[in-house]
Design a protein around this ligand. Structure first.
Ligand code: PGA
Length: 254
């Protein structure tokens, strides 16, 4: 089953309104492969979601960077899945390692969030990934399988989930996983999906790589059979994001 190449841009907690407008202008003017060949989703901070939605070209989509675990109410500072739906935001990133590590989001909590967001009708970029210590102790697959299982346990329909493998040691460090390291974990994750969810879900779920992806290193990564795209942080704020989107064509030729 063909998996459409997916490129997400995670802008994290960056930008002023002026800078956001500049990034959107660059994206709008870019010549990129058609939406039949690549799905592009950018993820601005909450406060700029409406601005980006108004300005962004219609063939690119938008994700929030988080949402609350259940229905809204007396949860100061939170944004609910219902609010994102109400604004017409189709995607949300959940389980990013920065939230797992800095805000102590547990595997279970992330699983609950993914399940609730899906029920409300959002599509989810669900992030998993090991720390350097976990990799060096040989626990990579155990960790990412446990993170994936916590989501799988609570979800019955995987068609609106993109799984993002983002090794924590590669995020924002300039230390990208080698294509072989990425392929190894992606193929293990697909095997995990095959054995625990089923062959159809394993064949159709996009597993994207994140962690110091750049215009230069995306090309070789994109040709790996189980790398179905990227979740890009730092480079998504720069014009080189366009190069990363274009790596979708390498995938087709691979
Ligand atoms: P990075 O971030 O590309 O800046 O390493 C990736 C991410 O956190 O999604």
């Amino acid at each position: 089953m063909a998996r459409k190449f997916f490129v997400g841009g995670n802008w994290k907690c960056n930008g002023t309104a002026e800078e956001v407008k500049k990034i959107v202008t660059t994206l709008n003017e870019a010549e990129v492969p058609s939406e039949d060949d690549v799905e592009v989703v950018v993820s601005p901070p909450f406060v700029f979601l409406t601005l980006v939605k108004t300005l962004l070209r219609p063939d690119f989509s938008i994700a929030a960077q988080n949402c609350w675990v259940r229905k809204g109410g007396a949860f100061t500072g939170e944004v609910s899945a219902e609010m994102l739906i109400n604004l017409g935001i189709p995607w949300v990133i959940l389980g990013h390692s920065e939230r797992r590590q800095l805000l102590n989001e547990s595997d279970d909590f992330v699983g609950d969030k993914v399940a609730y967001a899906l029920i409300q009708g959002l599509k989810v970029i669900a992030c998993v990934g090991e720390t350097l210590e976990q990799r060096e102790s040989g626990a990579t697959m155990k960790v990412v399988a446990a993170q994936t299982e916590a989501i799988f346990d609570k979800v019955s329909n995987w068609s609106n989930i993109v799984l993002a493998y983002e090794p924590v040691w590669a995020i924002g460090t300039g230390k990208v996983a080698t294509p072989a390291q990425a392929q190894e974990v992606h193929s293990e994750l697909r095997k995990w999906l095959h054995d625990n969810v089923g062959p159809e879900v394993a064949a159709s779920t996009r597993i994207i790589y994140g962690g110091s992806v750049s215009g230069a290193n995306c090309k070789e990564l994109a040709t790996k059979p189980d790398v179905d795209g990227f979740l890009v942080g730092g480079a998504s704020l720069k014009p080189e994001f366009i190069e990363i989107i274009k790596s979708a064509t390498l995938k087709q030729n691979a």
